[in-house]
Design a binder for this molecule. Structure first.
Ligand code: CA
Length: 518
């Protein structure tokens, strides 16, 4: 990527690559007809903030180039200085996943190791490291989620204050477990997700399981293999005839919770290398600056993490689909390249079965934010994966097994992506946003990075880091990337709390269930 060009006098316009025939207007108020940009382009339309303007005449049907790539074709003649909006652009065809891929070679890793960085984490018996110390209450069916919420409230009020080393108590509410085709081949996805979330490092191997009794998903399947204790002590079944009345169940749950809290309270933070971080990255509510500021800075920070030996996941299949060839060429081995293509192909078929394609991804907010289509969104999204080789591909619901950069194949839905990354073992989440979302997870801290300073100013108490300074103040991508890296260490260590934690804002878990319901 060419170094970003900005000018100090307004309006700010940004070019990402020397081949580009558009500039992005990055001034809060946009730019009016007649304005002359730094490269001499005179605007023939009013261009809103985040939107593109042509810097040359573009013939009907000719490519519109951003990031050095074709993001679409002009659907009409666009004279120099025109606003490039959605109605003036046609979407390129999706690239083939079966033809035209060069033969893959083993990719050499020649990055310099980054040594000496540590954080304060909770070391677990299975070798994983938590960034928070949380009592998780898992459940085998949605029927009991109201009970779980009721009990969590009581535990928080009556028990948690007695165990100062425990950060929180969280009900792992979900909508699965019954009324579903439990033996359908793809039912393995939601089931594996629930099994693996219970193993998330932040729960310290101490989850409780709440069951109704008659559901299809048997609660025994949710107990992590290595968790100590007998199933009858871990699972509480509401339909067990031993319970007479609701109060008896609540009393039993509080008593059990106290035993788990006592164990979790013995966990102490210790100094561990940054290589123990398992960072999940995603974006939500993206705008045209996502690919200019926050995602490149996150990509730089991702490279630092990988060089330090950490595990980093990028995801969101429909947002990387248009970069398939680029990503396959970054796979460490031919097997990893094939696994990547396999996941993208499966998702193409999944979308096709639903009568849509990748263009279903972009939202009205994305478009208002200047992203014309999924190709432009994808190119801006992929940059968060940095430049390191892709070490492995994680299927939906699976745990990450290799250190380094992983592609965790998840839908782009913020909640499903976060849920699957938690199942993969994520202990820290980085979320970039341009339009602004109050996204948060109860099970792992979420650092929210704004793509533009206007959002960071308006949402000063909801956003954790402003990457918009790359445009608004000319700060370098590297400088913001390092800031983010240090913030990750402080948040992982519990020295800093993220905005969502301070305010107690969390989203529900949302399972990915590609299998039928009944
Ligand atoms: Ca997302």
């Amino acid at each position: 990527m060419e170094k970003i060009k900005t000018v100090s006098e307004k309006p700010i316009a940004v070019r990402m690559h020397e081949k580009d025939n558009v500039l992005v207007i990055a001034s809060d108020s946009g730019a009016k007809t007649g304005t002359i940009l730094y490269d001499g382009t005179e605007l023939v339309d009013d261009v809103p903030y985040g939107h593109k303007v042509t810097t040359t005449d573009i013939a009907e049907g000719a490519p519109i180039i951003r990031y050095g790539e074709t993001i679409g074709f002009a659907s009409e003649f666009l004279p120099c200085g025109s606003w490039v909006n959605e109605s003036r652009t046609t979407l390129p065809d999706a690239i083939s996943l079966t033809e035209g891929f060069p033969e893959h070679k083993i990719r050499k890793v020649d990055s310099e190791p980054l040594e000496g960085y540590t954080f304060e984490g909770y070391r677990n018996a299975d070798g994983s490291v938590g960034t928070r110390n949380i009592l998780g209450i898992s459940m085998s069916v949605h029927c009991v989620s109201g009970i779980a919420d009721f009990v969590v409230k009581r535990i928080k009020n009556e028990l948690l204050p007695k165990y100062p080393n425990v950060d929180d108590v969280v009900a792992l509410n979900h909508h699965y477990g019954c009324g579903v085709a439990i033996n359908a081949p793809m039912a393995t996805v939601p089931i594996k997700t629930l099994q693996n979330i219970a193993k998330n490092p932040n729960f310290g191997g101490e989850v409780m399981v709440l069951s109704l009794g008659c559901e299809k998903l048997r609660p025994e399947r949710l107990i992590p293999e290595k968790q100590s204790g007998q199933p009858e002590d871990i699972i509480l079944t509401m339909q067990d005839p031993a319970y007479e009345g609701f109060q008896a169940m609540v009393d039993e749950m509080l008593e059990r919770a106290e035993r788990h809290l006592a164990k979790l309270n013995q966990r102490k933070r210790e100094t561990v290398p940054v290589s123990e971080l398992v960072v999940g990255m995603q974006c939500g509510g993206s705008d045209a600056l996502s690919g200019i500021t926050a995602n490149p800075a996150l990509g730089f920070a991702s490279d630092l993490l990988v060089r330090a030996g950490a595990t980093v996941m990028f995801s969101e299949v429909s947002e990387v689909r248009d970069g398939a060839a680029l990503l396959a060429s970054r796979a460490e081995t031919p097997e990893v390249a094939n696994a990547l293509i396999e996941q993208l192909t499966w998702y193409d078929e999944y979308l096709k079965a639903g009568g849509v394609d990748r263009s279903a991804n972009t939202t009205p907010g994305n478009k208002q934010g200047g992203l014309n289509n999924i190709v432009e969104k994808a190119l801006g999204s992929i940059v968060k994966s940095g430049s390191m080789p892709i070490a492995d591909v994680v299927a939906p619901g699976d745990r990450v097994v290799k250190r380094g950069l992983n592609f965790a194949a998840t839908p782009a839905s913020d909640f499903i992506c976060g849920t699957l990354q938690l199942a993969a073992g994520m202990n820290l989440h980085i979320f970039t946003t341009g339009r602004g979302t109050p996204y948060g997870l109860a099970m792992a801290p979420v650092i929210k990075v704004a793509t533009n300073s206007g959002l960071a100013r308006r949402w000063f108490d909801l956003i954790d880091l402003d990457a918009g300074t790359i445009v608004s103040e000319g700060e370098s991508i590297e400088s913001v990337g390092w800031k983010l890296f240090h913030l990750m260490i402080d948040v992982a260590s519990g020295k800093e709390k993220v905005a969502a934690e301070k305010l107690g804002l969390t989203n529900d878990l949302v399972l990915f269930n590609p299998a039928p319901v009944t």
